[in-house]
Design a protein around this ligand. Sequence first.
Ligand code: TIU
Length: 219
Amino acid sequence: MPTVDASPYPFTFHPESTALLIIDMQRDFVEPGGFGETLGNDVSKLQKVIPPLVRLLGAARAAGLPVIHTREGHLPDLSDCPPAKLNRGAPSMRIGDPGPKGRILIRGEYGHDIVDDLKPLGDEPVIDKPGKGSFYATNLGELLAEKGVTSLIVTGVTTEVCVHTTVREANDRGFECLVVSDCVGSYFDGFQEAGLAMIAAQGGIFGWVTPSDKLIEVM
Ligand code: TIU
């Protein structure tokens, strides 16, 4: 069985029960003029995730692992966006407002879609989610059960928000999670470091962490 050098100890996985999960690699988070920037973030910080993630995605496809993409966003009428999310803080634009890449964080808009470099193939499921977690109000749990997946290779953005929420949800559902350190990204350097440390601390309380080169070598 493939084993990857990881923190806090090596991660062993069965290729037939492991999927690559790519969380929210949307223009709205990684490009100017989207949701991330409206919240006051420097979106260029997330762009460095793309090249290693392109390599990892290629390796996963070549190895035949299922690949699942997620997108955070809302219905055009905002009926799935709780007021607590819509009205929070003082962003420069709110969810649903017209931005340069379409309505902010709305399904079907250009800005809501996945960046070109990581475009899903036709047979790769894309899970649309209204929340930070990938399991909340989605069919991800059922999809993974159908595919017999019990381990997740977790990538995407942002480390301390949607990646962490998803990894925590996955843990409570019994999945083993390997988080790929250079394939997840944060707008905040301190959160990136702490977010990764939290996953592997306490004997791997939420899972394992490894850089992409070690994983690609094993794949
Ligand atoms: N703001 C932020 O860091 N993240 C989000 O709002 N969503 C995701 O992480 N995808």
